[in-house]
Design a binder for this molecule. Structure first.
Ligand code: NDP
Length: 290
């Protein structure tokens, strides 16, 4: 798209970072936000504040959304749905894959095309090298607007299904939140033993640095549904997680997280996977047939 002009709706920390990045790159940006005052510093830099959502939509074909969730998307767009025809909505609002699919169908009903986006970086990294966003939706629409989208971050189109970008985003957040909790759990154990977070930090980093090796190996196990157990029997893992849990309990640390992990290991043992690799736990976690 040679036309360096777009509309951006939603001026939370993320939307503001996006508008600033577009302005830095010479784009003409029309903005709208429920709380209009948040537009002031952007208007001072050259953005145009549309007085209504309808006028914001009318200003450009490409409309980027950066709202809290999809309830906010409908709160903003539903009253202005009559102005959606012919628009391309790049919806960089996080929510579930199902909500993204519903929104794509809703947009189509009003004559608009919908690209789902899952931004992988916090606001300060918008416009910086190495940042990336998952996209999904019609490839031709993505291709037509890729140049503008790539001003924000690298753009990784994952497929046509509107839900896919949200699924990749949520999969990544699954890893992020649970890994971070494991870090806090280890720090709580350290604290209970008079060891500071700074003391444990290099060892935690070392552990995370070793993880890619395990990810490569176990992704293969999962895709082939083969859990050989040659070096990592589930029975060994279950004994180990019991030691971990008892260590925390003895130190008086909250074991809610570890009890949940332990329950999954023991469900695998109950299923008869003791001699399999601990990657067999995917059989406990995955969607069950029927
Ligand atoms: P915020 O929740 O801070 O702000 C989002 C915007 O949503 C604001 O402009 C707010 O308007 C608007 N909004 C919320 N509810 C309504 C409503 N009912 N009607 C109208 N407008 C509404 O989010 P962020 O800016 O931090 O993030 C935006 C999106 O980006 C989110 O989906 C988030 O998950 C995603 N994201 C954020 C990251 C981050 O680190 N911040 C990282 C990666 C993704 P108002 O100003 O009037 O309150």
């Amino acid at each position: 798209m040679g036309n360096k002009s777009l509309t951006l709706i939603g001026l939370g920390p993320m939307g503001q970072a996006m508008v600033n990045t577009y302005l830095d790159n010479g784009y003409q940006v029309t903005v709208w936000n429920r709380t209009a005052a948040k537009a002031e510093p952007l208007v001072a830099r050259g953005a145009v504040l549309a007085p209504t959502v309808e006028e914001a939509l009318a200003a450009n074909e490409l409309v980027v959304l950066s709202l809290t969730d999809y309830d906010a998307v409908y709160a903003v767009l539903e009253p202005a749905a009559g102005s959606l025809s012919g628009k391309v909505i790049a919806n960089l609002t996080s929510d579930t894959p199902e909500k993204a699919r519903e929104a794509a169908a809703w947009a189509a009903k009003h004559g608009a095309k919908h690209l789902t986006g899952g931004v992988q970086v916090p606001p300060p990294l918008i416009g910086k090298p190495g940042s990336s966003t998952y996209y999904s939706g019609p490839k031709d629409v993505f291709d037509a607007h890729e140049e503008a989208l790539k001003v924000l971050t690298e753009a990784d189109h994952r497929g046509e299904d509107a839900g896919l970008a949200a699924m990749y985003y949520q999969a990544q957040m699954t890893i992020f939140w649970t890994s971070m909790l494991s870090f806090y759990q280890a720090l709580a154990l350290g604290q209970a033993n008079g060891v500071t977070a700074q003391d444990l930090l290099p060892y935690a980093k070392m552990q995370f640095a070793m993880m890619p090796h395990f990810l490569d190996l176990y992704a293969q196990h999962v895709d082939t549904a083969s859990y050989p157990g040659d070096v990592d029997r589930l029975a060994m893992g279950a004994a180990s997680i019991d030691h971990v849990t008892h260590t925390h309990a003895d130190a008086g640390v909250n074991t809610t997280l570890l009890d949940a992990v332990s329950a999954i290991f023991h469900a695998g043992m109950d299923k008869g996977f003791a001699e399999n690799s601990f990657s067999s736990l995917i059989e406990i976690l995955k969607k069950q047939a029927g």
